[in-house]
Each structure stands twice: as structure tokens, then as C-alpha cells.
Ligand binder design. Structure first.
Ligand code: AR6
Length: 339
């Protein structure tokens, strides 16, 4: 369904499975492992003792006990030894194997911590890149809601050169005297799982007044002539023009199927700005086309919003990877796209 990056304690996240960054004995430890064991209670350790450990890059599953999740998936990340010891491939395996295990157990939602990025010393921003890449590819083929749970955002932001080109682009373009509306309208609600809801427009047909015959007055046909193609119409037209299937489009937009169906079935649907941009990204629209789509939903891109400037930056760079864009938006404390 979609990937969301949130700031939280993973033991508080409500979903089908949470992933534990364990050690190979699976017998508990510090960091997120310690937090998960203490929140789950001692029965988790009892079950872990029966599993016979776990190799680096592999994953095993247990029940969630006192945690607000059905399962805990235990995976063992690589210890960082400078980058030449298969650390990246092993870390990718952790994510892939955990996701496959979650799928086998019919999990619809899974939360990951940044595996290996604590005691095991994997550079945190590279650990984030691996997580986003592997989960992003998985979601192009599978329906699941996946959270990356960031516990220590300060450490993540400390990666020196990370997104420095975007920071520079913001500096060059940001109009400081204006208020950052994208931030105001929804401050980064990463402490909780959050959802932004679009506004479904319900079209009601009012009974005609006895005195005015709108049809014959010509008003109805005048409106028909003037009214532009709606957001939903433009979206469906663009999907056809690009030769995409609906599911290719909503997956690339980080939007779930139900949400897309609502838009598809209501020509007057009024999406949020984030949803509109998510589709513009999925359709790889140019800046002009993105603005055209935004206008249909009643929005625009401006240089008084960091959010807008980051979007503009990626479109100008022809980088339409929504997961990478969300990584950058998260870094700059902005609302994420899709979901
Ligand atoms: N929720 C979400 N993320 C957390 C939490 C939490 N409650 N606590 C820490 N993190 P680490 P590793 C983040 O050290 O590097 C254990 O002792 C943390 O900020 O837990 O894979 C095991 O037993 C960091 O970004 O796991 C192993 O021996 C990330 O989780 C060893 O540490 C991973 O940090 C595994 O080391």
C-alpha cells in the first residue's frame, strides 16, 4: 500500500508486525531489542529460546505478546566494518527476508526500525537509504503498509553531506518573509501514526426551485462550457496517455488502492495537495503539468513553502522516485507524499 517514515518508539506502533534488530542468539540485548523485549514481556524470550538463533541477514518470527502487534519479526543486521564486508547486501537481506516473512503471515502492516544503525554502527543515513530502496521496490510488487520508524532523528540529520544540495536549493529559492504554510497546516505528526484525509466531495443535486428553470435559462450549459476538466478526469487521462495501469500509478504514487478507487469513482473528488503531487510524481509530469494538475485541485507550488521547493527540486532533476522524495521531505520536517 505505502511507505511511511515516522518518528516514534517502535513498541508503540500499532500494526500487524514490528521488526526487531536482534543479535544472532535472539536472546535479547540493548537498543530496540531491549525495548521490544521489555514491552512484550518475558514470554517473548521464552519463545525466542526455542528458535535456535538466527544468521545475519535472515529473519524469524514470534508472537507479539504484550505489544500492540500480532508478531515480532527478528532479524540480525550486519555489524559495520567499514563497508567492504558485504554489509550492504546483508542489510538488504534483512529487509527482504523480513518483508517476505510478513507477507507469508498475511501481515498488512509492518514497522521497521533502522536495522544495524545503532550498536552495530552502520552509518545511519546509508542505513535509511537501504531501507527506503528495498521497501520501495517491494511495494511496487506488493500491497502492504510499511513504516520506517526513526527513533533518533538528530542522529539521522547529522549525516554531513546528506541532502546538502537540497538545502542549498532551498536557501537559494526560499522566500523567508512568508510563512511556511505546509508546515503550519500539518506539523510533522510523526510522534503518532497519522493520516491525512482528502476531502471527498459529495455531489448533491438540489431540487430545482419552482421559479427558476436553470436548464432553459442557459446557466447549466454555460457552466458545462466553462468548467474545466476535473482533477480526477485529468488523472485518468494522464494514466492512459502514459500507458500505465491504475495499479502501477497508485503504487508509484505511494497511494493505497482504496484511496485510488474513491478518486476514480468521483469525478468531483477534491484531493489534498500531497495526494495531487504524489500522482504528479507517479505520472512523471513536468513542472508545468504538475502545476496544471495542482490548479485543478485548487493548489499551486510556491517559493514560500519549503515543501513546494523540495518538490520542485526533484521534478527539475527528473527524479520521480517518491520514496526518495519522502526521505528528503522527512529530513526537512515536511509532510510526506501519498498514503
Ligand atoms: N524504537 C525505534 N527505534 C529504536 C528504538 C525504539 N524503541 N530504540 C532504538 N532504536 P540498535 P543494531 C533505533 O542498537 O544497530 C542490540 O543490543 C536506534 O536509534 O537497537 O541493529 C541487539 O541485541 C537505531 O537507529 O540495533 C544487538 O546486539 C536503531 O534502532 C545489537 O543491539 C538500531 O539500533 C543490534 O544493533
Amino acid at each position: 500500500m505505502s511507505l511511511q517514515i515516522i518518528r516514534n518508539d517502535i513498541t508503540k506502533v500499532k500494526c500487524d508486525a514490528i521488526v526487531n534488530a536482534a543479535k544472532s542468539t535472539l536472546l535479547g540485548g540493548g537498543g530496540v531489542d531491549g525495548a521490544i523485549h521489555s514491552a512484550a514481556g518475558s514470554h517473548l524470550l521464552d519463545e525466542c529460546k526455542t528458535l535456535g538463533g538466527c544468521k545475519t541477514g535472515q529473519a524469524k518470527i514470534t508472537r507479539g505478546y504484550n505489544l500492540p502487534c500480532k508478531y515480532v519479526i527478528h532479524t540480525v543486521g550486519p555489524v559495520w566494518r567499514g563497508g567492504n564486508y558485504n554489509e550492504k547486501e546483508l542489510l538488504e537481506s534483512c529487509y527482504k527476508n523480513s518483508l517476505e516473512l510478513a507477507k507469508r503471515y498475511n501481515c498488512e502492516s509492518v514497522a521497521f526500525p533502522l536495522i544495524s544503525s545503532g550498536v552495530y554502527g552502520y552509518p545511519i543515513s546509508s542505513a535509511m537509504d537501504v531501507a527506503v530502496d528495498v521497501i520501495g521496490s517491494f511495494l511496487l510488487e506488493n500491497d502492504m503498509l510499511v513504516y520506517i520508524v526513526v527513533y533518533n532523528k538528530k542522529a539521522l540529520s547529522a549525516g554531513e553531506k546528506r541532502f546538502s544540495d537540497i538545502a542549498e536549493y532551498i536557501d537559494d529559492n526560499y522566500i523567508f518573509q512568508h510563512t511556511d504554510f505546509s508546515k503550519m497546516s500539518m506539523p510533522l505528526a510523526q510522534a503518532d501514526n497519522f493520516n491525512t484525509y482528502d476531502e471527498p466531495v459529495v455531489c448533491s443535486i438540489q431540487p430545482k426551485s419552482k421559479n427558476v428553470d436553470y436548464q432553459n435559462s442557459g446557466l447549466e450549459s454555460l457552466i458545462d462550457d466553462i468548467i474545466d476538466e476535473s482533477f480526477s478526469d485529468m488523472l485518468l487521462r494522464k494514466i492512459d496517455e502514459k500507458g500505465m495501469t491504475d495499479s502501477e500509478c497508485y503504487k508509484k504514487a505511494n497511494i493505497d488502492r482504496k484511496h485510488f478507487s474513491k478518486i476514480r469513482s468521483n469525478p468531483a473528488y477534491k484531493p489534498s495537495k500531497q495526494t495531487t503531487i504524489a500522482f504528479a510524481i507517479a505520472l512523471e509530469l513536468s513542472l508545468d503539468e504538475t502545476n496544471e494538475m495542482l490548479m485543478k485541485a485548487g493548489f499551486a507550488l510556491s517559493h514560500s513553502s519549503k515543501f513546494d521547493i523540495i518538490i520542485e527540486y526533484f521534478i527539475r532533476k527528473n527524479n520521480y522516485n517518491i520514496f526518495e522524495i519522502n526521505e528528503a521531505l522527512f529530513e526537512f520536517d515536511q509532510m510526506l507524499l501519498g498514503a
